[in-house]
Design a protein around this ligand. Structure first.
Ligand SMILES: [Zn+2]
Length: 409
């Protein structure tokens, strides 16, 4: 077996963080018409670098264009739009943004965030690789360039007069294959006193809560503050503030600037770095024990589901999404253990989950099966789902979550 190298520091990757075996791409739902065809599967193996502690997926070979089929579903959740609007209000006030400033967002999607700067009369530019999505942003009045972001793109944008007072990049850092070229782009793009922000799921929460099901193929890096600060440091950028947010099971919003900029470091930076050290993130053992915890969750879940099957209970699941697909494929749970997965999305109903081939049904069809147990796959929404599906209590039905540990309630 060939060994990969770390995408941040180039060291050889020798240590497993989580080996989830072979898995199909998370959103490759199988239409019934294709049920008799095969599926592509790829290794889903996260490593930790023993030198810089970046947790990352090993490079794997895919056929050309496997990620090019970008399905655009307009409309973010109300809570996510509130999060964006709040970001705009806070940044505008804190950094004194106005008509003479420029905000650039990388992976700006359909302009859902930048639209709030536009409403305040603050000049913006979106950078978005998917042309169909960028078109939606332009139509709603958010100037958007179709480009992949990196140093070369940043040089071009600055030459065209787009040097930035503020840059935003939310939930994209983990998804870029060349993380060094990506962060180097911000060194070029930011004005001397400009501020950059990144939001990403916090590795510390993933480790504490054993959220291994957030590992999927398009998610290349799993990030701590320590690692992000070191990667930024490679291009003479420094972190001066950090905030914790509950989004995606626990996220960080990191603020950074040029080394020479005037922004004063807040005490939050050292506080969160200390929390990461206390959580074991500055030693290899803190990462490698995760691999064992993942196996323990698989064993406990299978034991419980096999026992329920032997008792003749009806078990179904809720939430046909990336998390559930990772979890069910890794555990090897098919329709023999979980009869169906309910999901509200009409695009998914009537299909089969990739790999494990469990039928996706509407919540109404699922309730008609009178399940004895409902396995809630999106553990971050367990209270919400249990509230919406409370009807199963009428016949004595119960809920199950498997992460961070098996729980029946
Ligand atoms: Zn490394």
């Amino acid at each position: 077996m060939t060994t990969g190298t770390c995408r941040a520091c180039g060291a050889t990757l020798k240590h497993t963080f989580a080996d989830l075996g072979l898995s199909p791409l998370a959103n490759a739902y199988v239409p019934l018409a294709k049920a008799r065809e095969g599926e592509m599967v790829f290794p889903l193996h996260a490593h930790v670098c023993e030198t810089c502690f970046l947790v990352q997926l090993e490079e794997f070979e895919t056929p050309e264009n496997i990620f090019s089929d970008y399905a655009y579903f307009s409309g973010f959740s109300t809570s996510w739009l509130h999060h964006a609007e709040d970001y705009v209000a806070t940044m505008t006030q804190r950094f004194g943004l106005g008509p003479d400033k420029k905000v650039v967002e990388v992976a700006s999607n359909d302009g859902y965030l930048l639209q709030y700067f536009v409403k305040r009369g603050i000049p913006v530019l979106g950078v978005e690789p998917a042309a169909n999505v960028a078109k939606v942003a332009v139509e709603r009045g958010v100037p958007t360039e179709v480009a992949f972001f990196g140093e070369a793109t940043a040089l071009r944008l600055v030459a065209e007069g787009h040097a930035a007072d503020l840059t935003a990049a939310n939930n994209v850092l983990a998804h870029v294959p060349d993380i060094l070229d990506f962060t180097a782009g911000f060194k070029v793009l930011l004005k001397p006193d400009g501020v950059g922000t990144f939001e990403f799921p916090h590795l510390l929460r993933m480790v504490e809560q054993k959220q291994f099901d957030t590992i999927y193929h398009e998610h290349f890096s799993y990030l701590s503050l320590k690692v992000v600060a070191e990667i930024l440091g490679k291009t003479d950028l420094r972190v001066f503030d950090v905030e914790e947010w509950p989004t995606h099971g626990g996220s960080l919003r990191v603020f950074f600037c040029h080394d020479a900029a005037a922004h004063q470091a807040t005490s939050s930076v050292e506080r969160i770095l200390a929390e990461e050290r206390a959580g074991g993130l500055s030693e290899l053992a803190g990462y490698t024990r995760f691999a064992e915890e993942v196996v323990a969750i698989k064993c406990a879940t299978l034991k419980a589901l096999i026992a329920l099957r032997e008792e003749g209970k009806v078990v179904v699941a809720y939430g046909a999404a990336a998390k559930g697909n990772t979890f069910l494929n890794y555990c090897g749970i098919g329709p023999e253990l979980v009869r169906a997965v309910a999901d509200r999305s009409p695009h998914k109903q009537g299909t089969l989950l990739p790999g494990v081939r469990i039928p996706v049904v509407s919540p109404e069809e699922m309730l008609a099966m009178k399940p004895d147990y409902l396995l809630i796959l999106p553990w971050n929404l367990k209270d919400e789902v249990a509230g919406q599906m409370v009807e199963i209590r009428a016949w004595g039905g119960k809920f199950i979550t498997a992460i961070p540990k098996l729980s029946v309630f």
